[in-house]
Design a protein around this ligand. Structure first.
Ligand code: NAD
Length: 297
């Protein structure tokens, strides 16, 4: 029997688990605040940001939203970040990526005060995570670790394959899986666009994290019987639906489900966890900035 990993359910538990921390902060006069900054006309980015704002509202985090014209000078974005860094009501800052080409993305990541960097992408936070004392774990891989925990997936000594080496998913996921820490200790292989034999690596994998952005790249015949399969991909493919497209993952669900022991669906798997972990990091950030002890789920 294949177990469906329910990201909506685990995400709801995390969100519920943040309530105590938010209450402790409010009792000390602090409402956790998350600023989202959007400098893009991309409808998908607009949707992501509005979902993040709605999530904040639902759990009692103060959502602050700043929107800049996509063709505004880059300085406007850097100045906005400076203002948010200085604002004591803002504990977390998230600049929605991608930013326009005329903006220096690396400068943006470095401009955010590391203590407010709830995405965990500032070089200081990346370094801390790699060194094994993370301040903020990046939301998607952290959410995946929480899913592995919730579904009792044994990572210690397991063979794990991460498909994808991006800075936001593949690399930090790999790093968390190899840490000498709970839900780490896996023997981890990273596959990417130059990997010669993806199927050969997947054949031995007890845990697969697919984050390539390639629709249905991983199929059931590549997987080991009983593997845990975590599908990060969110790909729009043309379909005869009202919207003209449907969302599919990087895993071909129908064939993978036949072989996997545990598997995440798309949607309803990793996506809700990414959102929940942003709230988690924001509450943690508010605690760090106010010295109020907060219990985190
Ligand atoms: P990315 O494009 O930055 O990176 C993709 C990685 O996949 C690259 O490192 C590349 O080397 C590798 N790759 C590409 N083709 C490959 C192939 N044929 N075989 C093996 N590796 C291959 O993407 P990303 O930002 O890491 O996102 C990956 C996917 O996850 C996208 O579909 C994205 O929309 C989705 N995503 C989902 C969430 C979520 O919360 N569910 C969060 C972030 C990203």
């Amino acid at each position: 029997m294949t177990t469906l990993i329910d990201g909506n359910e685990v995400a709801a538990e995390i969100r519920d688990g943040l309530a105590d921390g938010i209450e402790s902060l409010k009792a000390e006069g602090t409402t956790p605040g998350l600023a989202t900054v959007l400098m893009s006309d991309d409808p998908a980015s607009e949707t992501y940001v509005s979902m993040k704002q709605r999530d904040c509202e639902e759990v009692g985090i103060n959502g602050i939203h700043v929107e800049l014209d996509a063709d505004a000078p880059a300085e406007e974005l850097y100045d906005t970040i400076d203002d948010l860094n200085a604002d004591p009501e803002v504990h977390g800052i998230l600049v929605q990526m991608p930013v326009p080409d005329h903006v220096d993305k690396r400068r943006v990541l470095r401009a955010i005060d590391p203590v407010k960097d709830v995405d965990g992408f500032h070089p200081e936070n990346v370094g801390r995570m790699v060194a094994g004392h993370a301040r903020y774990k990046p939301c998607t891989p952290h959410g995946i670790q929480k899913l592995l925990e919730a579904y009792d997936v044994e990572t210690e000594g397991a063979e794990a394959v991460v498909v994808g080496r991006s800075d936001i998913v593949g690399k930090p996921m790999t790093n968390l899986l190899i840490q000498k820490a709970p839900f780490g200790n896996a023997t981890t292989t990273v596959c990417h666009s130059r990997t010669k034999d993806l199927a050969g690596h997947l054949a031995d994998a007890d845990i697969v994290v697919a984050a390539a952005g390639v629709p249905e790249l991983v199929t059931g015949d590549m997987l080991k019987e009983g593997a845990t399969v975590v599908d990060v991909g969110i790909n729009r493919v043309d379909a005869a639906t009202e919207k003209g497209y449907e969302l599919v993952g990087d895993v071909e669900f129908e064939s993978a489900e036949e072989v996997a022991g545990k598997i995440t669906p798309v949607p309803g798997g990793v996506g809700p966890m990414t959102r929940a972990m942003l709230l988690y990091n924001t509450v943690k950030a508010a605690g760090l900035q106010t010295d109020v002890p907060v219990d985190l789920p």
